[in-house]
Design a protein around this ligand. Sequence first.
Ligand code: T6T
Length: 325
Amino acid sequence: MRKTTLAALAAGVAIALASQPTLAADKLKIGFLPGVVDPFYQVMQLGVEKAAKDLGAEVVTQVPPTWGVEAQTPLLDAMVARGDLNYIIIAPVDKDQMVGPLKTAADHGIKIITVDTYLGDGDYVKGPVKFPLSYIGSDNIEGGRIAARGLAKAIGGKGSVYINSTNPNVSSVEGRAVGFKEVMAKEFPDIKVIGPDFNLDDPNKAAQQTAAVLSREPNLAGVFGTNVFSAQGAGTAVVNAGLGGHVQVVAYDATQLAIELMDKGVVSLVLAQKPFDMGYLAVAFAASDAAGVTSLPPRVETGFAIIDKDNVKDPAIARFIYKVK
Ligand code: T6T
């Protein structure tokens, strides 16, 4: 869906709800359940809260302290048990294992909107999982392709590159590795891909894993960190090994740290996602659905800002760096 249409939709909902304060106050109560505590989801929460304020919705937020089904499921179950939520906006931490708990929520009459990550194959019309209203997030396979081309360019099209990622079976990071490997295999025959290793969303583990690969692979020319913690760990390991500028890092997620590492020549490309948009639109979708809108798209790709040292000072690009305050 085009941005303008979405903006018009959100504005339309705002006007509709402003003129019907009872609907907003009495009926629209939304649970927000992101994947973990990190700057990406903190910015998403800003989008959720802004939309809730603009549209007159009430939001209950629970953030799992660690990434995993065992952390997210009890928070979800507690949201269902409250009995007062009409919608849950969630980033499912596993594309298969969260289907059951979310189906239970849907069976209790709660409508589900997934943000950032999806269930099943993400096709809620023809795929195996159909009950969510929509997926709003990045096209992560395409993001992986962009990362691959950026890293290949930075290393001159040859050598070994290493993928450090978080967990298996997570639609977002899995898609990034798929797109990355696809482009390397098709377009860069002189690049060998190693990994992914899974750091379980722990930057220290990511740093240790990257350090191990750096010491055993003398030809290592680049690293793709598939999210905030992977890129942070990868960057730290490269700096600690004294290889900043020799081993190039491409970072998914535009944290301040990733930008600092770019300023120092360690990171060559940063992919900024649009978590604010994801959060804002998800609430606008809930409000639209509650107001009777029947044509909401089942998938919305929010796009990227691709940041490098040449455009990082451009305000039109820099605005996508994740700022929590
Ligand atoms: O990269 C984001 C998100 O897209 C991914 O699903 C999980 O990791 C992050 O939250 C960053 O830490």
